[in-house]
Design a protein around this ligand. Sequence first.
Ligand code: TXA
Ligand code: MG
Length: 327
Amino acid sequence: MGKGVRARRLFSTSDGVEEAARILRADGLVAFATETVYGLGADATSPQAVARIYAAKGRPAFNPLIAHVADTDAARREGRFSPMAERLARHFWPGPLTLVLPLAETASVCELARAGLDTIALRVPAHAVALELLRHAGRPIAAPSANRSGHVSPVDADHVLEDLGETIEAVLDSGATPVGVESTIVACLADRAVLLRPGGAPRAEIEAIVGPLSAAEKGKVSAPGMLASHYAPRARLRLGAAQLEPGEAGLDFGGSFPHSSGAMILDLAPDRDLARAAANLYAYLRRLDASGAASIAVAPVPVTGLGEAIADRLARAAAPRPEKSLI
Ligand code: TXA
Ligand code: MG
């Protein structure tokens, strides 16, 4: 652990999970693993607790949070499900799909967690420890990715402690997260499904259930967190590279880079398996960044299946940075 770290590392035993739930019920912040990335959890019904998430992340309060719940019944108390939303929940939950729904009258999630919107983002994560934690907490848990705003999302407990070790109460360490990229976000507000963010649930699988997804309307930021520069390492990224320039580090896919002596090259998936590439993406970006290279050459990755989410995150990581990051 780095200096100044004060967060406790809890383990996914029944004692660890109960202690994590106790901290959450007392307005504390606990980072926990989901199948996608580590989330920074707080009681979604408590404005005091949710305010601490925004402060810890350095996240603007106009950016709403996903409420995590243990099952679809709990989700139905928070959001109004259209028949289309019901079909998606039945097929994908628990799993890496977030549904944005009209707010239900019985909703308990506080206005701050929703950034004042009359819609709500809901998800049931496919991770045994996360589900156990949600059941013990007994209320929706708001959880953005457990990184400082604009940084690369954490896929293990050490990443969480590097970014937030001094500002949160605990991290529930459950090892590496299996999917590695955030959930797919789909809005079901009228009688169509709109893709707000590609992610761990591939487009084709969703379209097989509800037909073609609509694109989010241009000029209208429907997932306020989806600003251009995001998920950014310190180094610049050069996308679609065929080989390394002198001094560059390399993020390869399928062994496409010629050998470059002395350079650090990590291959997302030598066998071109996109699920493996997604799982390795953020950890490899962190390692290449830590090499000190000013630029990272990134090999082309096919934009099919999970490749759509990978391409989206790489494009954001490569986008020009605002002077002072807003996100
Ligand atoms: O996989 C994931 O989704 C992870 C894990 C921890 O569950 N969470 C995550 O949260 O990626 P976050 O906060 O980094 O991204 C949530 C996104 C943001 O872009 C936010 O703007 C959008 O969801 N969002 C939340 N509520 C919304 C709403 N009511 N309408 C539209 N977009 C919403
Ligand atoms: Mg995030």
